[in-house]
Each structure stands twice: as C-alpha cells, then as structure tokens.
Design a protein around this ligand. Structure first.
Ligand code: BGC
Length: 459
C-alpha cells in the first residue's frame, strides 16, 4: 500500500482501496476491512460499542473508534493513534498495530512511501529424520511430503545425517519457525531427549517416530511398527528354512543407540533361543550370545553385551567389515549352508555380499527389513532371502493423523504404551509382513507400494 494511493497489491494481485492510506501522528492508517481481509482475519464491527475486531487463529484484537486503548487477547494495549471514522465515512485503523498483533511483519519505505505487510509463514509441523543415506528414510520423506500437504498443513522435513548435534540444530530451527508439532525419529535415542525437552518447553507436541526417544517425559506420542514382531518374523524365517541340526547361525544387530535394535533382537531371540537350545542352530560369531544361549529371556544389559559384539551400527561398511572379519575367523566347518540374522536391508545387502564371496559358504539364508528397492531386487535375484515389509504409508498416515489431532486440540488414538525409561508413552504400533520371492509381487507391487518398473526379472 502507498500513502495517498488507492492502488495496492495482495500477493502480486492489484486491488483498489476505497480509501487511500494516510499518515497521522507518524502512524499509517489503512481501511479496516481491507487489512483484515488481506491478512485472512475474521472481521467484526459492533455499532453499539463502536468497536472493530479481528480474529485470526488464537489472536483476538479489538479497537474502539477514537480510543487509544485496544485489547489483544483480552490484554489492554495503548495505541499511538486510534482507529477513526473519517469525514468520508470510511473507518481506518493503524496498520502496524493490527499486522504485528496478528503476527505479520511490516516494512516502511520512506522514499516510495510504501507499506509492505508480510504474513510470517506459519509452519505447523516439523519432521526430523535420521539420514538421507538409507533408502528407508527416503521412503518416509516421499510419503510425508504428500500426506501432510494433502491434509492442508504446512510441513518441513530435515535430515540429521547420522549426527545428534545436527538433529538438535534441526529441531531448534523448526522451533524458531513456529512449529506446533514435532515428528522426530531420533538418531540416538538418549541424546534426542534434550531436543525433545526443548520442543516441549516451547509448547510443542512431540511425536516419536519409528524409534522411541528415551529417558524424557517430553514425548507425547509414539508412532511405530511392532518391532518385536519384526525380529520374530526374521527369526521364524530362518527357523522355517532349516533341516537337521547344527546349522551355522551368524547374528547381526542394529545400532546400540537405537531402542529398536533391542526390540528387533529381543523378538528374534525369543524365536531363535529354543532352536539354539535344541541343537538346530549353532551360534558362530558371538561368544556373548553363546554364553547366554541357555537363557530364554534376556535382560537389556545382557542384550547390550551381545549387541556390542554383533552391532552393524546400521552402517553398511561396518556391517561388511564385521561379516568379513567373522568369516575370516570361522573355519570351513562353520560355514557350508549358513543362516544369517541381518537386522535390516541395508546391512543385509553388505553382509550377503560378504558371505556370497566366501568360497566355503555353499548357501545362505539371510533376513532383512524395510523392503528397500535394492533389497527387493536382491530378493528377486536370489541374493537376499527375505525382508520384513513395514508399510511406511501406514506409519506416515498415523503420524500425520496424530499431528492433525494435536493441531485441532484432540488426542491421538492409543492401543498400547511403551516405557521410555521415564514415562509410559501412548502408542499405536502397526503390523508388519514377511516378504520373500513367493509373495513379493502381491505384497509390494500389486498392493501399489512400488511400480513393477522399479525392478527387473520379477517372478
Ligand atoms: C528402523 C529400521 C531401519 C533402521 C536403520 C530402525 O530404527 O526401524 O526400519 O532400517 O533403524 O535406519
């Protein structure tokens, strides 16, 4: 808007004002309806009290004609210049006061005598994912990009690239942008507590996504797959492929900083341990696991001991190096037809490659999870035996629904709780599906998850 001109623009669109902006007492006054409509506020006029009002989101502003006192959300504020009715009969209001009270920014150009009002972008939801380097999290990014926008909410996704420090910076950047809901998949479950605490202190709802944030009460909700059943499905697949006894078993786990790594291992151990006890399997690559193989249920500390020895840290290179080191240590008699518990697809491909390259390995059965495109291709090609399909569409749908619930003052649905060391976090875990060559087309292609054109040689 320009002082003395009836020409104005809203988002590059020309409009004509019924009253040009004017300056009084060093303050710019503009038509009261125009500024309200331009900012998207609900406008009110009360002829009895001679008040004009604006409502936008949680902001409520009331000015009385001729009075230097205004109310912002029920709090009295003094104006430099009052709203007034001009001799032309037009009502004008102080543009800076209205705009800033509503959360917009005002710029004044003294040369052109132009006033520019910019509505500060409001970001409803911030999403922080662990890394772009694993196809798993790119699946989540793709599905989120559509889900929240379709629901009409503005969302931004940031990646932590394997660093808790970057993760914290990401969360802080989103807090500054005014998010109301944070969806956080922690890089390191315990380190993420500080970021969650900051978000909570800023009045933001915190949704722990896929991985649980540990040791803080600042987690409002947990959206997850049933991770125990992921481990069970992997182990059951191995068990179902065995014949006879003394089958060599190689165990690998995720990162010890990820609570899921414990849940996956716990589920797998539940199924594998009786089969180790009855002689079906022989553990070949973990003395800690051998030492504990008589125990049906392990404590977290016991699992930590085993995981410490067989961790891939969710890293392809660590996984490959560990598998190669294990194979170097093992005599030919510990190879032959082997069974490998690999925690996810990325590490499974690395471990499978290492085993495939060993001349003493005659055949291997190897697990995975995530249904990553390269692993689905490995399954089709017979290089990976199975994957646990976690339909990210479901997780994104649940997380988005929970975010929308919070944005609209509701509480998301819970079916269970997970203890994070501090509190029982309400949660809604989703089911998973075991996929191998026999059902890959039905589970992943016919279901519309991936187009057939992503793969070659489909069965
Ligand atoms: C997720 C898996 C993923 C792994 C490595 C886990 O917390 O549940 O889907 O493969 O992290 O990123």
């Amino acid at each position: 808007m320009t002082i003395g001109s009836t020409k104005a623009t809203i988002d590059l669109k020309q409009v004509v004002l019924d009253q040009p902006p004017l300056i009084e007492n060093g303050r710019t006054l503009v038509p009261f309806r125009f500024i309200g409509e331009a900012l998207g506020a609900q406008i009110g006029w009360n002829p009895t009290n001679r008040t004009v009002s604006y409502i936008l989101g949680d902001k409520n502003i009331v000015l009385t004609i001729g009075s230097a006192t205004a109310m912002v959300n029920g709090v009295k504020t003094t104006l430099d210049v009052a709203a007034k009715i001009l001799p032309t009969g037009r009502t004008v209001v102080p543009v800076r006061f209205i705009s800033e009270s509503i959360g917009a920014k005002v710029a004044w150009n003294a040369t052109t005598r132009m006033v520019t009002v910019t509505m500060a972008a409001t970001l409803d939801v911030g999403i922080v994912l662990p890394t772009k380097d694993e196809p798993r999290w790119l699946q989540d990014q793709t599905r989120f990009n559509t889900a929240l926008k379709t629901a009409g909410y503005d969302a931004e996704i940031l990646f932590s690239q394997g660093s808790s420090a970057i993760e914290k910076q990401n969360v802080e950047a989103l807090i500054t942008k005014g998010i109301k809901v944070l969806i956080l998949c922690p890089q390191d479950a315990t380190a993420a507590a500080a970021a969650a605490d900051e978000a909570r202190a800023a009045g933001i709802k915190v949704i722990s996504y896929d991985r649980l944030i540990l040791n803080t009460s600042a987690v409002d909700y947990y959206v997850t797959f049933d991770s125990i059943s992921v481990g069970k499905a992997q182990a059951q697949y191995l068990v179902d492929k065995t014949t006879g006894t003394k089958n060599p078993l190689y165990l690998y786990a995720g990162a010890a900083s990820d609570n899921n790594a414990f849940l996956f291992f716990e589920g797998a151990w539940d199924v594998l341990q009786p089969k180790i006890a009855d002689g079906t399997f022989v553990i070949e690559n973990s003395s800690e696991a051998v030492a504990l193989q008589g125990k049906a249920t392990l404590t977290r500390a016991e699992m930590a001991k085993i995981i410490g020895q067989i961790t891939t840290n969710w890293d392809f290179t660590v996984a490959k190096n560990l598998a190669e080191a294990n194979l170097t240590m093992a005599t030919a008699g510990k190879k032959g037809n082997v069974f490998i518990l690999a925690p996810n697809d990325g590490t499974a491909r690395s471990i499978a490659d290492a085993f495939a390259a060993d001349k003493d390995v005659k055949s291997y059965v190897i697990t995975g999870q995530d249904a990553e495109i390269p692993s689905v291709q490995y399954i089709i090609d017979g290089k990976q035996s199975m994957t646990v399909f976690k339909d990210v569409r479901t997780l994104v749908k649940d997380a988005s629904a929970a975010a929308v619930d919070y944005l609209t003052g509701k509480t998301p649905e819970k079916t269970t709780t997970y203890n994070n060391g501090k509190i029982d976090v309400p949660a809604k875990p989703s089911a998973v599906i075991s996929v191998d060559k026999s059902n890959v087309v039905a589970a992943l292609i016919t279901s519309g998850y991936y187009p057939a054109s992503d793969f070659t040689g489909l069965p």
